[in-house]
Design a protein around this ligand. Sequence first.
Ligand code: UDX
Length: 462
Amino acid sequence: MNDRLRLTVLGTGRLGITHAACMASLGFDVLGVDTDARKVGQLNAGHLPIYEPGLRDLLRAGLDSGRLTFTTSYPQAAAFGDVHFICAGTPAQPGSDHADLSQVHGCVAALAPLLDRPCLVAGKSTVPVGTARRLAAELAGACEGVELAWNPEFLREGSAIADTLAPDRIVAGVTSRRAEGILRQVYAGPIAGGTPFFATGLETAELAKVAANAFLATKISFINAMAEVCEAAGGNVRVLSEILGADPRIGSGFLRPGLGFGGGCLPKDIRAFMARAADLEAGEALGFLREVDAINLRRRARAANLASELAGGDLAGVPICVLGAAFKPGSDDVRDSPALDVAQILYGMGARVTVYDPAALANARRACPELGYAATMAKAAQDAYVVLLLTEWPEFAGLRPGDLASMVARRNIVDGRNVLDPALWRAAGWNYGALGMAMTPPPASRSAVRRSTTGRGHGGSG
Ligand code: UDX
């Protein structure tokens, strides 16, 4: 293996495109591989099929430099690569919590017979613990000097580039010093920049990813469980979260109370982790994750019920404005989006739902064609009886009561992400409900609902 490693990236989803473009930016020659010829054509033309800040420029810079290319050809990949990164998706199996590993196995099955010189196959996909050991056995039949390592990714949507180029840590699950050395060579830049590098066994590396996601999900559901208690007892979960976060042993990260977690990773990863632990007869150890999942889903039902309470208890035919469709701000991803789920629950309760999102409208429309969509926030809010803020995009978090007052039919707002100032909104005549705060004055807001029936839109106060 020569000094200037050549890398392939197998699978060009979010992870694969990001990894390929980032590695090219570090100076490596990179070949991205996907079986989808249309996507490969798009990528080679510099078109990014996803929304990720900065990634289009990085992709184009890689293509322009000649260091980055995409292909559908596995023979080309086998001939090219010193290190082959597996970045295939691992969605849930239909009707099951277990991960569907067919894409990962497909990559290895396509590559292994073509390998004719020493190389490292490094898995990055999130997989159930034990997968790497099985893949290593599959590769053992390939050419001499072919090795497997597991090098999980921890990247977040919206900051995927920074998370790849300057990660918090690099985990290398290896079975030899040689494999560790190759991964140290790949990540020489971040390591020189101070990123800690953990060389472990294969199983610990696989677990590092799912354990991190399980912990993050637990933190979010912990504060959301406190939110439930606050609602019942009259506490304020926002303040509680700040107090808890001030203890450095607890830390304030991932302690934002609200609608909870969604997206393509946390929900499916904790479920697949539980399913795998059950297979290993260690299911009891992760029993708490069931509760984490349940708390998370209860927040969605609570947000919908809060909207119903504000509307007077019956949503049949009631126009509702939903602000947010993406699972988090800075993303167009609507996979397991809490916001879109709440919109669907409201629709199921008979409401006439209109959704606005700055980036995820097209994806939301594809996923939930039954909902109404508006191209602007103002149009979505027009004549609404309740506005729900469900994804904390800056343009929503920065809303002031007067911005929507002249459009809505009733001044009712559900702050599903705890980003608005309740005092400000209440002072401007809005009935303000948030997850984790008792309604004050409780459904006295009902009287405000009645008051407001005399005319819609109270003029732009606030
Ligand atoms: C996550 C992990 O952070 C990342 O390390 C892993 O590789 C993939 O999964 P991502 O899916 O991009 O990344 O989203 P993240 O930023 O972690 O947020 C997950 C969800 O939790 C979002 O829906 C977000 O709105 C929610 N969240 C986050 C909260 O509800 N409260 C918080 O305090 C933090």
